[in-house]
Design a protein around this ligand. Sequence first.
Ligand SMILES: [Fe+2]
Ligand SMILES: [Fe+2]
Length: 346
Amino acid sequence: MHLTGKFCNTEGVDTPAVKGADGLLGEVERAEAALRAAADRAGAGSFEAVIEADQKIEPRDVMPEDYRKGLIRQIAQHAHSEIIGMQPEGNWITRAPSLRRKAILLAKVQDEAGHGLYLYAAAETLGVTREELTEALLSGRQKYSSIFNYPTLTWADMGAIGWLVDGAAIVNQVPLCRCSYGPYARAMIRICKEESFHQRQGYQSLYVLANGSPEQRRMAQDAVNRWWYPSLAMFGPPDSESTHSAQSMAWKIKRFSNDELRQRFVDMCVPQADILGLTLPDPDLKWNEQRGHYDFTPPDFDELMRVVKGDGPCNRQRMAHRRRAHDEGAWVREAAAAYAAKGKTA
Ligand SMILES: [Fe+2]
Ligand SMILES: [Fe+2]
């Protein structure tokens, strides 16, 4: 895939390269090389020694029960997010403005299904079944990312989601390519490469709108206004209130704190918004020479907690749709199981 330089755009607008995403992709490639090197090393030693040496824990290795359970929770939540995350954009597939945009969006949404599958498979290596994980989502015991509980009101939301939501996902997920659990780290490498494409397609789509008619431009700005703070909230609560962070950092599952990643995302977005010619909806956003970072207004964490607890604009709709899809797919699961059983007896 060609990932640098200008986009070749059949709609007559050249989109400048997305600065920042190239650097992140380089980080994914370095993590991939490190993973290969780790796989070549023999003799793992104790759990602590493996973590200390920055090697990978594999499914058959002895691991603390809390490490195993914590990873199941995290990977499952991530997998559920990929699957539920297909809904807001799936909403626009039939209404995409051109065949080209429809094909791109369809491919993107399909990628998210694939991400869900890699992640469910990674979680299964920790001793849970796909059925248990699905049941935990449907019963509400496990969560998915709150960002998907916001509605997609206009076509410009497809651009804003790709740019900001997939962009925040990449910033969150690139460090996971170096996470200490091998199957998760390996799944994340592939996911991050695809997320990079998602971010670029969103940015390009938004760029076209931002350079279009006044109405298209207004639509693009409105979408950015609505998605900016929910995207910032994707990094989770502030470090002072984050419950799982310290242990996750010690076990090298998490490599950077929520606030560090949020800052990295803001620093990446500001110059990109300039190229788009769109305004990020934060009057206090400004470069801080001393810190070497942009100052910004944090998201409303009370709102985040309300949405996490089920009170977002689309929580009920998303879960009702997921349950319906699960019920309507029952015959497929039964047929697949019957076919598999037939293969065993033949
Ligand atoms: Fe994804
Ligand atoms: Fe994505």
